[in-house]
Design a binder for this molecule. Sequence first.
Ligand code: HEM
Length: 397
Amino acid sequence: MNASPHTVAALPTERRSGCPFDPPAELLDARAHGPISRYTHPGGKPGWMVTGYDAVRSVLADPRFSSRKDLMNVVDFALPPAPPGEFLLMDEPDHSRYRKPLVGKFTVRRMRMLTERIERITADCLDAMEETGPPTDLVTAFAKPIPTIVICEILGVPYEDRASFQEQIDMFMGGEVSDEELIAAYTATQEYLARLVAAKRAHPTDDILSELTDSDLTDEELKGISLILLAAGFDTTANMLSLGTFALLSHPDQLAALRADPALTDGAVEELLRYLTVAKTFHRTALEDVELGGRTITAGTTVVLSYHTANRDPGRFADPHALDLGRQAGGHLAFSHGIHQCLGQQLARVEMRVAFRALLDRFPTLRLAVPASEVALRPESADIFGVKSLPVAWDAR
Ligand code: HEM
């Protein structure tokens, strides 16, 4: 048996000052000790923290690890199963029953068709920014509206409902709100989606949700699927756009290279995904005893997978803490791996490629409007990492 394992006492609450893009020091330190460390879940249950690239990837590919919410062993009471349609927290065969009908709707070809629409949405946001003039908050002017409108297109949210729908999801997915406001916004979103599903069933329109009504999925299941698309697709993309812009503005040499060579855009998006890994950690629970990194994870134990730390593993990526837009970042875990690998990844890529390119082309002098140290970051406890706001300025034409 190996020496006693390294321990991560608790999920770190902060990043090192001056390093807004790096995983917390405790997690980098844990990875340096080995791919897996002892860890106690906030609810007091013993678990493991997996930080090595190969170890995280092997858990994600291993059917002996479950994503089921009701099997998660992190608190001393039983968690309920995921609601119908919320397949992110399900195993096979339930997971496939929901994911399969969606796969054909998120192909590269289909997403290319959406490109034109995304270009229009992005241009509208940039026009509005130019009209208002600097300084502006890039989160509200650019990073949030683009994925929100894209999700509205996919779900076929009618134009007259968009403003109130956007307000609701903004509150429930990342706003600085009280618990009461959060519950109210979540309930309102659920109720709205239930009405939307009923409307699409009665009068289908040209969108993915309407197409899904032509299947054996119930209204309740369609509501769950809509909610998961919204929850998985909005906050992640919005934070990649805002934190990604912050990262680019903080690395002038990389920014200059990207400005100079549009052919670098696709690779730059992959590298930003790796470097920032905004969807930082996910859980899996062992269904039987599993050997991993020289340790035994006993059946019923829940592990935390740190995708962010794994994406900074020097065994997989040379000089991992450098933002290097020219590197081959493929194989990163920012979209996960295995059966739950991000369903919307092609869509997210199109959004990011179009949006970053258009932003840089429109504003050649884009810069932070405050010192980098004053950019307000989300707390490390947030599910998705990012900035609360990003004040930017440019030389008006
Ligand atoms: C840059 C933006 C995005 C990032 C970083 C991201 C990241 C992820 C990750 C890490 C997972 C897997 C979680 C796990 O391992 O348990 C996931 C799953 C998922 N994502 Fe994304 N995502 C993004 C954008 C989107 C978009 C735009 C959509 C759709 C509109 C979407 C829909 C989904 C869905 C439905 C799942 C569940 C897949 C399954 O369980 O089979 N995501 N995403």
